[in-house]
Write a protein that binds this ligand. Sequence first.
Ligand code: B1M
Length: 216
Amino acid sequence: LPVGERLERRIIDGEGKGLEADLDLARAGGASAIDIINLHLLEGMKVVGERFGAGEMQLPFVLQSAEVMKNAVALLEPHMEKTDAAGKGTMVIGTVRGDVHDIGKNLVDIILSNNGYTVVNIGIKQTINEFIAAAEEHNADVIGMSGLLVKSTVVMKENLLELQSRGFAKRWPIILGGAALTRSYVEDDLDALFDGTVRYARDAFEGLALMEPLVA
Ligand code: B1M
């Protein structure tokens, strides 16, 4: 198999042996770290999600795929382009209450950090109180919430209501991301409820693009 397809297979099969060599080979062939993630690793993850959803793949194997994905991203990180301009603004990011998925959140962290933003990554299963405490402590410009479960989309709405009822409605612009969200749910339904302070990011790069006007 060509190295790109081999990398995709490694994610699907959860096979980490020889991973670093294949990543090096792909880079030596001219692919950037981001291309490798977007074109091959995430393609593999997509297949994992489809198989899991169809009942063709069991959870322990999904976990193995996630481990290989995480290792691959960690190996690629030092090779990503970084800007010298630091201190552009601060995002507090976490995965919402009840949700353990963190691969996407951590990618957003890496992409923003590499582009000059300060990212305070508070981890998974975070309550709104934990988001607020971190945002106050670190004087955040933006709060980013990630969640992949359908029920996380409900938790996000509850979080926004909680911010509003505690008088924090306009204190921090909010960026929401994660596979269960749709653009119209966030930008039509939620944003209208919360006075134009809520944005949707389909992927890490859309998150990056949203940051600039929000911290300006
Ligand atoms: Co889970 N899981 N999982 N899982 N898992 C999903 C989400 C699911 C869609 C799979 C499926 O059924 N097809 C399904 C949810 C169904 C639903 O809610 N209707 C599901 C389920 C059911 C579950 C469990 C409940 C299974 C169980 O226990 N029976 C359980 C949940 C436990 C919990 O959270 N309480 C569970 C557990 C797990 C693992 C632990 C095995 C593992 C996660 C490991 C980890 O993250 N450390 C896992 C995985 C790997 C997946 C799938 C297969 C892949 C997720 C992933 O990492 N994708 C997933 C299938 C899918 O998503 N279609 C699935 C790659 C990642 C880069 O994408 O996170 O979407 P993503 O991030 C993207 C964008 O969304 C965006 O940027 C990233 C790309 O650039 N983005 C942001 C994300 N956050 C952002 C924030 C931003 C901006 C952009 O700004 C703030």
